[in-house]
Design a protein around this ligand. Structure first.
Ligand code: KG4
Ligand code: ZN
Length: 504
């Protein structure tokens, strides 16, 4: 795809795209008039064959620019053409002195709205009934300062952008500084686990308060360790979701404040995508397509990743997450919180075949799992043994429980990998720290010539380095947040259908 200036000879193709895109298209005469004006910039995007697949125009008046029109051929949508045109127009406007871009978009035009809201625009107001032909309302959108965004995009394309990333989705306050998406200059993680241990799990209200107390110090520490100041940053990245809403907002509020005060672009990152990118930080040669097993305290899912930034969820837990199962079983065995490390330590001394706990859905034929029945089976076993007056053999219970989890996860992951014909599998999230799961999965995948990529411990558990790694790719794509954005506690991994996740 190439972007160049648009001329009269493009009008037939432009008219076809215009008509296919809007209920009340502009006339050819209007386009003729527009492209002749010297306070306008009109650009066309052409494909490899030279055919026009999109176009857009912007009006530059003093330090402001107004987007007049932007449209992409229906069969070329969803490939980044619209966003590329938008930033090319913004760049041309910036060269002529514009600081910001405004535009109107029909409220019902979800694709266009999704494009603008994920390019750093905020909704400034509504014009009721603005589109006379359809009666549709127009949303008036304002961009954030375009120069700093263009500078971040240019730096990221040359892999020299400096990003501060912040992560507060659960009980770790984390900040990291990264250059070029792979050079980690600092990564600070302040865990609150001691504060929650006495309650046997994360208490959201306590977590929010602890993040509020810790965030300034954690960010300062990350900057100091990296030897950089706020003035050296190209962008600030933050986990937007999924996670606890009350903890996400702490990181997001800090990031928004910094972005506003320093005119920095704001990049929103999906926490789960962060876990996937942890594998790339560990192994820069990792390239999609691959299958990822995400196993954390809040999620258990198998995801097909055909390319970075695209995901298809193949299967997930129908009830408890794997980490949650470890934590609940540890609690009922009196092992404290978090349960995963305690169970895996005990399991190392036990016999995994001692107790035949159920392997739910092992042969269900799909890629979903269910873990709550296993937890109940452990509970019933413990109650039976106690009622019979027998002493519990904790290492055997831990080892047998862990073996049941491992068997199901391994079987489903191998099935997903072979079904989708991938050569690499990524395991990510806190439970990926489990040695028995790592070894069993590595061995089972090796039989099918599939390699397992597991990040080291510090990158498996929650951290901000993985958030910074995602941010690099988002900046290259020109994807940013406006400052009116909210935390998204149930945020989905981005798939083919982006518009589903648009919020205004
Ligand atoms: O990814 P993570 O740090 O936080 C979430 O985003 O949830 O995962 C935390 C989970 C906890 O449930 C913890 O018990 C589990 O990971 N975990 C383990 C191990 N280490 C941590 N589970 C099994 N074996 C381990 N060695
Ligand atoms: Zn996590």
């Amino acid at each position: 795809m190439r972007i160049r200036s648009m001329g009269e000879r493009d009008l037939p193709a432009v008219m076809a795209i215009e008509r296919a895109s809007f209920a009340a298209p502009w006339s050819e005469a209007q386009f003729r008039d527009e492209i002749a004006r010297d306070d306008r910039v009109w650009l066309a995007a052409e494909d490899e064959t030279g055919a026009v697949v999109g176009f857009g125009g912007i009006w530059v008046a003093s330090d402001g620019a107004h987007l007049m029109d932007l449209a992409v051929s229906p069969n070329r949508r969803g490939c980044g053409t619209g966003r590329a045109l938008l930033w090319a127009l913004a760049e041309a406007a910036a060269q002529r002195g514009a600081e910001r871009v405004t535009l109107e978009v029909a409220q019902s035009n979800r694709d266009a709205l999704g494009l603008y809201l994920s390019s750093g625009f905020d909704v400034a107001g509504v014009r009721r009934g603005y589109y006379a032909e359809t009666g549709d309302d127009a949303l008036v959108l304002w961009s954030r300062p375009i120069r700093s965004h263009l500078a971040a995009i240019a730096a990221a394309r040359e892999r020299r952008e400096m990003v501060l990333a912040i992560e507060t989705s659960c009980d770790e306050t984390a900040a990291a500084v990264m250059r070029g998406g792979c050079e980690l200059l600092s990564s600070v993680v302040a865990s609150q686990v001691d504060f929650h241990a006495r309650f046997g799990g994360v208490v959201p209200e306590i977590a929010s308060r602890k993040h509020t107390e810790a965030i300034v110090g954690v960010v300062d520490e990350a900057l100091e360790q990296a030897g950089v100041g706020f003035e050296d940053l190209h962008a600030v990245a933050v986990t937007q979701g999924p996670g606890l809403v009350g903890t996400l907002v702490v990181g997001l509020a800090y990031a928004k404040g910094l972005a506003f005060a320093r005119n920095l672009p704001l990049v929103g990152v999906n926490h789960l995508e962060g876990h996937l990118y942890a594998a790339r930080l560990h192994d820069p040669a990792l390239e999609p397509p691959f299958v990822a097993l995400v196993v954390s305290g809040g999620h258990t899912m198998l995801v097909h990743v055909p390319e970075w930034g695209r995901h298809r969820v193949l299967g997930r837990t129908l009830d408890d997450a794997a980490g949650e199962a470890f934590d609940k079983v540890a609690k009922l065995l009196g092992l404290g919180y978090p349960g995963g490390p305690a169970i895996s330590r005990l399991a190392a001394e036990g016999d995994p075949d001692a107790i035949p706990f159920p392997r739910a859905m092992l042969r269900s034929g799909d890629l979903d799992v269910s873990l709550s029945g296993l937890k109940t089976a452990v509970l019933q076993y413990v109650q039976r043994e106690r009622a019979a007056g027998r002493e519990l053999h904790l290492p055997n219970i831990a080892a047998s429980f862990q073996a049941a989890v491992v068997d199901v996860q391994v079987a489903k992951t191998v099935r997903a990998a072979t079904k989708h014909g991938v050569r690499s599998v990524v395991m990510a999230g806190g439970v990926a720290a489990n040695a028995a799961l790592r070894e069993a999965l590595r061995a089972a995948l090796a039989e099918h010539d599939v390699r397992l990529v597991v990040p080291p411990m510090a990158l498996c558990t929650d951290n901000a380095a993985m958030i910074a790694a995602v941010a690099h790719d988002e900046i290259v794509r020109g994807r940013f947040l406006g400052l009116s954005v909210d935390a998204d506690p149930t945020m989905h991994l981005r798939g083919a259908d982006e518009s589903r996740h648009v919020r205004i």
